[in-house]
Design a protein around this ligand. Structure first.
Ligand code: 3PG
Length: 311
């Protein structure tokens, strides 16, 4: 009896679509909130190495408490798991701190416009480091991505070289993170949520000594006093919000990675950037020239073309 089978199948497909839709909406919303609070904190307290460390610390603490109280089941890991996680964590740490340094120097929207160029880094790294080749349409899609980012950078009103380079380094590091994590996830039974938790814990250990060396407790103490006298006691809640939301949006994105193809994920990620760019321009009243917005639109259309060509 074919009719009931097809109804059942449709219902399953619809439920799966709904689930992915909920993941995506949650991921984008959490990401927008993170970006807003992160920038508010960085404006008052320009210490990106510490705020990056706190994001990882908040996530690590949340997960360790969840495991200890059995809200979440702790993963079963062995030494091999942590060894394969190490390069992923190094790349995650570099990508995270570089993006935060970038956002401390330029508008959030500009960082994310440059970060929409990540597919170009992915293709170039795969081509030149891994010897992979791609069909011509993939290479062609890089033209609008690179051209759009370049146009946006050239016409950015508050251009800053460290801000620009931070976003570029973040792109490069995240491409390596994706390559290493694909290798590390193979055959492992640790799910998305726990995989990201372990990644946070390891990254926290890697980043902490560097954060102390680059910025250090003395500067943090002086900066903190300034921020509190400027913003008031609520400042601490901004720091808590940026740290917790950083963990939550990444956790949801890793959970959705379990459910969808890399292609759907990268389209979701590009749409996430659009939400952040638009929301941050409105909330921070970022001055934007039409030509600059055109550059962003070209770059983002390029990433959609890239996704299609990759398919
Ligand atoms: C970070 O701080 O890690 C970046 O803002 C993350 O960027 P993403 O939008 O690529 O997750």
């Amino acid at each position: 009896q074919p009719a009931p089978i097809s109804i059942e199948f449709d219902q399953e497909a619809a439920a799966q679509k709904l689930k992915i839709g909920v993941y995506f909406a949650t991921w984008w919303a959490l990401n927008v909130i993170f970006n807003i609070y992160n920038k508010k904190v960085l404006n008052a307290f320009p210490f990106p190495w510490l705020t990056s460390t706190l994001s990882l610390a908040a996530g690590s603490l949340l997960m360790v408490v969840s495991w200890a109280t059995r809200i979440a089941q702790a993963p079963e890991t062995d030494l091999d798991f942590w060894k394969t996680l190490f390069p992923v964590a190094v790349a995650h740490t570099i990508g995270h701190v570089a993006a935060t340094v970038s956002m401390s120097k330029v508008a959030v929207s500009f960082t994310h416009i440059i970060k929409s160029g990540e597919p170009a880094f992915s293709v170039l790294v795969s081509r030149f480091f891994l010897g992979e080749t791609f069909p011509l349409p993939v290479y062609l899609s890089l033209l609008p991505i690179i051209g759009g980012c370049a146009l946006s950078a050239a016409t950015e009103l508050n251009f800053n070289l460290i801000g620009f380079m931070g976003a570029m380094v973040s792109n490069l590091a995240f491409v390596f993170r994706n390559i290493f994590s694909k290798r590390g996830m193979k055959g492992k039974s640790v799910g998305g949520m726990n995989y990201y938790a372990c990644l946070s814990i390891m990254s926290l250990f890697i980043l902490t000594p560097f954060a102390i060396a680059v910025e250090g407790p003395h500067l943090w103490a002086v900066g903190w006093q300034n921020a509190v006298s400027q913003i008031g006691p609520n400042f601490i809640w901004w720091v808590v919000a940026q740290s917790v939301f950083y963990h939550l949006y990444n956790q949801v994105s890793y959970m959705s990675l379990n459910e969808i193809s890399p292609l759907t994920f990268s389209i979701g990620n590009t749409m996430k950037r659009i939400s952040v760019i638009v929301a941050s321009i409105i909330i921070f009243n970022t001055p934007l020239q039409p030509i600059n917005a055109l550059g962003a639109a070209i770059a983002i259309s390029g990433t959609f073309l890239y996704s299609q060509a990759k398919q």
